[in-house]
Design a protein around this ligand. Structure first.
Ligand code: CP
Ligand code: NVA
Length: 305
């Protein structure tokens, strides 16, 4: 059987996505299940991480498996050794690889040359593991994703791309407000449009944050300067100045709307100072759900013994 990878939301059908979310909800209730006894996950990271690293490590241990963490300096991906050779060698030792890279092409090359499943643990193009946890959180907090409205305010980055795909695949309307020059990439937009049409949901790209959040069940934002873009920070702070999620903007959404953020948050930049502690904020539930969603993902890719 062909191995499965998870580099993008589009590696899953809507059906698979539903199955993984259902499994995640089950695993959240019952933690005495160890179907990955004897399996090893390699975490191959070129960037820092708190949530992704710890949730994969703890999740794999809870499922009976183990994790080997490989830091950027240890492997020198593409420098000490080619990405293809790293994939071929790791495949001889481990059962699954989760890679956090700068270039999305690197996770693609890893997946092409590995004989074991490869998971995108964040690249410059997508953050699909985050989107799984996001959907699980929306499901829990708003009684399902079908017919919900998700509004994203800010940079059309990796998190926004995966969220847009995840939202429309799961029957939610998706609206994004970004400043000019920071839209979702065209390739992502094209895919989201096709999937939105298939699911008969709305997808809109706007400039005005107020228009985006009006009537939304979810207000979502992420950092303005992602890892690897640090030298653009000054320019970005200026470009995004009118895109901060404030208590006022949140109040323009549907009554009872939730505030989401993948974390780490830059308090006082994309979210007003202290807003992650607002009663509408579900950011820590969202962080917890990384654990449950990724356990379900690992079972989906490796099968259940
Ligand atoms: N949200 C997220 O991926 O967090 P980390 O960068 O800490 O893993
Ligand atoms: N967009 C952010 C997400 C971090 C979890 C980044 O890529 O740095």
């Amino acid at each position: 059987m062909k191995k499965k990878d998870f580099l993008s939301l589009t590696d899953f059908t809507s059906e698979q996505l539903r199955r993984v979310l259902k499994k995640a909800a089950e695993l959240k209730r019952a933690t005495d299940h160890r179907p990955l006894e004897g399996k090893t996950l390699a975490l191959l990271f070129q960037k820092p991480s708190l949530r992704t690293r710890v949730s994969f490590d703890v999740g794999m241990a809870q499922l009976g498996g183990r994790v080997i963490y490989l830091s950027p300096d240890e492997v020198g991906l593409g420098q000490r050794e080619s990405v293809a050779d790293v994939a071929r060698v790791l495949s001889r030792y481990v059962d699954v690889i989760a890679a956090r890279t700068f270039r999305h092409e690197d996770v693609e090359v890893l997946a092409r040359h590995a004989t074991v499943p490869v998971i995108n643990a964040l690249s410059d193009r997508e953050h699909p593991c985050q989107a799984l946890a996001d959907l699980l959180t929306v499901q829990e907090k708003t009684a399902g994703t079908n017919g919900r409205g998700i509004a994203y305010v800010g940079d059309g980055n990796n998190v926004a791309a995966s969220l847009a795909l995840a939202a429309v695949m799961s029957g939610a309307d998706f609206r994004i407000a970004s400043p000019e020059g920071y839209d979702l990439p065209e390739g992502v937009v094209a895919k989201v449009r096709v999937l939105a049409a298939e699911s008969e949901v709305q997808f809109q790209m706007l400039r005005d944050p107020n228009a985006a959040v009006r009537g939304a069940d979810v207000v979502y934002t992420d950092v303005w300067t992602s890892m690897g873009q640090e030298e653009e920070r000054k320019r970005r702070l200026k470009a995004f100045a009118a895109y901060q999620v404030t208590e006022e903007l949140l109040a323009a959404a549907k009554p009872g709307a939730i505030l989401m953020h993948p974390l780490p948050a830059h308090d006082g930049e994309e979210v007003a100072a202290g807003l992650v502690d607002h009663p509408a904020s579900v950011v820590f539930d969202q962080a917890e759900n990384r654990l449950h969603a990724q356990k379900a993902l690992l079972i989906e890719l490796l099968g259940e013994a």
